[in-house]
Write a protein that binds this ligand. Structure first.
Ligand code: GLC
Length: 617
């Protein structure tokens, strides 16, 4: 009751904006509240207790002990019960948050890695049952690991029962999707739309003969975009969110949220209503399941990204966490260019995020890398945006002379010349090429790159993610080409099966695997004890007075930390004078090693070395 009082305004404000003009708004609202009441009543006691705990410690996910791990259930451990058996492995790494890739019932055949869901209340039978999921969530929680799963809220599979009913001619269900009798409106929309998978399916609409209609399909033909102008969709999704929260899911990764609302004359991404929908979801979920965190998956350009964590009146009232795709892109850009200037500028240009939210930082994920670099950011450091993006694509797909990277091109769009990149972290960082050429000094550099990238996502603040297999340096996996339903999507090159034989050698310090694993574990330990990496305050990228060093200053009430990273294979120096200017003088400690730094000399960083400097107290 108290929650209703406190969060009511937050819920009603966005809902009024989006649906207030509809005739039956009041009845719809009353029904929605009843539904929330029911979800609250059905919530298991242990989860009510979790709600209390989270309300008492609302910054739990911002703390420096957070560490995420991302894996496909089948590729990591066979099925959900298998994941439970791997808890000791996750505990050894220090994981506190596990994102299992899409696991709700997908359509048969090609399903975009599970992002084409036909039943949100059933688990993919190959992985287990809903009961197994609930049991796994409990076991993980008892081991201090929060379970995150995907909620594909922008579209359903065309085999979902809503789509089936729509297809059978039911007008109520046709209104769940965006359908057009002819090309007039689709053509008008297309003028401003991007193509997400131009190789798989050009355009954003698909014609179905039996329906004699064009259906909005942003992604693949079999993924039908939902119509959020219809409040029934909002209510259905909210019901699903609370249902999943009641199974013990603690974090929902809201897929493709940038696309939730369409508006003629725009690119139909990042529309104000998409934000209002997320704000309403947040406020209403808080009533029944306040422990639930919402994570935005909006892989958009820097100015469009920050609002998913809430701006203005919505600060702290939209998603709790969001992927920092810009940081990811900038780190890869630094390594290719051997310069940190663009990264420094682009990250400086991003506004601060609300104090109660956090980034999710990562180096690699299951998707391709799209070069989210604006013309403005590039121009400010004297680069041409288009040329730089083309350079990065060339560099990471092996087309650039002397590159260390071994990735592949994804979704070349001849209309825009846009090219995205696939490849595993280790392969993109040079390990594959070095091992193939048995070039040991290159192997050394690749290991350092892998650790440097992780170092920076660990230091940035927020929840750092380790993508399954990166902790043991798994290379590109070409086996997907032998599977008919996967072969055309080269993102599977970086979605390997866990190599448990290799993982068994992780404690051997002389192997490449052991080097990477030990380096990562050391980073995890340091991060966990470095409390000032708490996400509550912004990190400031600053100029180190050396273009080849990325410098991040964390000025937190808990203390000041200066992160310096050499993004090149040469030695790089930052002067004593510059450190002094930044307020670092006297006795300094490198928190990564707990070694003092000699401040009577300039500070020289080894190839790809990072230091986390703090004034000794
Ligand atoms: C997200 C997923 C991606 C998927 C798309 C459509 O971007 O990360 O893998 O293809 O949404 O659901």
């Amino acid at each position: 009751m108290q929650r209703l009082e406190v969060y009511w305004e937050d819920a009603i404000r966005p809902l009024h904006h989006i649906y207030g003009h509809l005739d039956n708004f009041d009845t719809w609202l009353a029904n929605t509240i009843t539904r929330i009441g029911r979800a609250y009543a059905q919530r298991p006691t242990e989860l009510h207790q979790l709600d209390e705990k989270r309300l008492l410690q609302p910054d739990w996910f911002q703390q420096s002990n957070m560490l995420g791990y991302v894996a496909y259930t089948d590729r990591f451990a066979g099925n959900l019960n298998g994941v439970a058996e791997k808890i000791p492995y996750l505990n050894e790494l220090g994981v506190t948050y596990l994102h299992l890739m899409p696991l709700l019932q997908p359509r048969p055949g090609a399903n975009d890695g599970g992002y084409a869901v036909m039943d949100y209340r059933e688990v993919d039978a190959r992985l287990g049952s809903m009961n197994d999921l609930a049991n796994l969530a409990t076991r993980l929680r008892h081991n201090n690991i929060s379970l995150c799963i995907d909620l594909v809220c922008n579209h359903t599979a065309k085999e979902h029962q809503w789509a089936q009913k729509a297809r059978a001619g039911d007008p109520d269900y046709q209104n769940y999707y965006l359908m057009f009798p002819d090309r007039t409106l689709p053509d008008a929309y297309e003028e401003n739309l991007r193509e997400i998978f131009p190789d798989f399916k050009p355009g954003n609409f698909t014609y179905y003969e039996d329906l004699d209609k064009w259906v909005w399909t942003t992604f693949n033909e079999y993924q039908w975009d939902l119509n959020y102008q219809n409040p029934a969709i909002f209510a259905e999704m909210l019901g699903i969110m609370l249902y999943l929260a009641n199974q013990g899911v603690e974090v929902l990764r809201l897929d493709a949220v940038a696309f939730l609302w369409k508006r003629m004359g725009t690119n139909c991404e990042n529309q104000p209503e998409a934000h209002l929908i997320l704000q309403a979801f947040r406020a209403l979920c808080r009533l029944a399941a306040p422990a639930l965190l919402l994570k935005a998956e909006a892989i958009v350009s820097p100015p469009d990204l920050v609002p998913y964590l809430g701006r203005g009146v919505a600060a702290n009232k939209e998603c709790h966490i969001a992927y920092h795709n810009v940081l990811m892109v900038m780190l890869w850009s630094c390594l290719a260019e051997r310069k940190a200037v663009l990264a420094t500028k682009a990250l400086q240009n991003m506004p601060a995020i609300p104090s109660g939210t956090s980034w999710v930082t990562y180096v690699r994920c299951h998707d391709d890398i799209g070069w989210a670099i604006t013309e403005e950011d590039a121009a400010q450091v004297g680069l041409d945006g288009f040329a730089h993006r083309a350079f990065l694509s060339d560099f990471y797909t092996g087309r650039f002379e002397g590159t260390f990277a071994a990735g592949t091109t994804f979704q070349f769009n001849p209309r825009t010349n846009d090219r995205r990149v696939n490849g595993s972290l280790a392969s993109l960082a040079g390990l594959e090429t070095a091992v193939t050429n048995t070039n040991w000094s290159e192997v050394e550099l690749a290991i350092r790159r892998i650790l440097l990238l992780h170092n920076l996502v660990f230091a940035f603040g927020g929840i750092p993610l380790i993508y399954m297999g990166d902790e043991i340096g798994l290379l590109n996996d070409h086996s997907y080409m032998e599977k008919l339903e996967l072969a055309e999507d080269s993102r599977w090159i970086h979605r390997p099966f866990m190599d448990w034989e290799k993982a068994a050698k992780r404690h051997n310090p002389d192997s490449i695997t052991g080097r990477i694993y030990a380096g990562l574990c050391q980073l995890v330990q340091v991060r966990k004890r470095t409390e000032l990496l708490h996400a509550e305050t912004a990190v400031h990228p600053i100029w180190a007075s050396n273009d080849h060093i990325l410098a991040l200053l964390r000025d937190n009430p808990r203390g000041r930390l200066l992160i310096l990273a050499n993004v090149t294979e040469a030695h790089q120096t930052i002067t004593r004078h510059r450190l002094h200017e930044l307020g670092f003088s006297g006795l300094l400690i490198n928190r990564l090693t707990e070694q003092p730094i000699d401040m009577w000399q300039d500070l020289t960083l080894e190839p790809y070395q990072a230091v986390w400097l703090q004034q000794a107290s």
